[in-house]
Ligand binder design. Structure first.
Ligand code: AMP
Length: 114
């Protein structure tokens, strides 16, 4: 059996996290190494390793994550905007193999990203 990812362990309440949003399909918690004043990790509870493994059966879940992010932005008062990022695979620097969106806010972001 493969080892649980750190995000699966957060879902299973085996390790602590500062959870800011949770419902039946997803959760959002503060990134342990924030890259912006607001830096959340938004994940599906379903174990999907990365954007590259999203299947047609996951369409509703991925849509649900974006609706959740809109709710979180409203809840946290992120009216000035925010950036949503997903790193997919080694060249993008993905460290945790559980699909997640970084939700970053509270400062200006440059483009293109590094
Ligand atoms: P990625 O490179 O897209 O896979 O990013 C993984 C993110 O998860 C990084 O920004 C880490 O700081 C964050 N992270 C890793 N472990 C934890 C944890 N236990 N709680 C919160 N965030 C974490």
């Amino acid at each position: 059996m493969t080892e649980k990812t750190v995000f699966k362990r957060i879902i299973d309440r085996e390790i602590p996290a500062k959870i800011v949003y949770e419902d039946e399909l997803c959760m959002a918690f503060e990134d342990i190494k924030p890259a912006a004043p607001t830096h959340l990790i938004v994940i599906p509870k379903k174990e999907i390793p990365s954007a590259n493994q999203v299947s047609p059966a996951d369409e509703a879940i991925v849509g649900h994550l974006f609706v959740a992010m809109r709710k979180i932005a409203e809840q946290l008062g992120l009216g000035g905007g925010y950036r949503v990022v997903t790193n997919c695979g080694p060249d993008a620097g993905q460290e945790v193999m559980h699909l997640h969106f970084h939700m970053l806010a509270g400062r200006k972001f440059s483009w293109p990203p590094g």
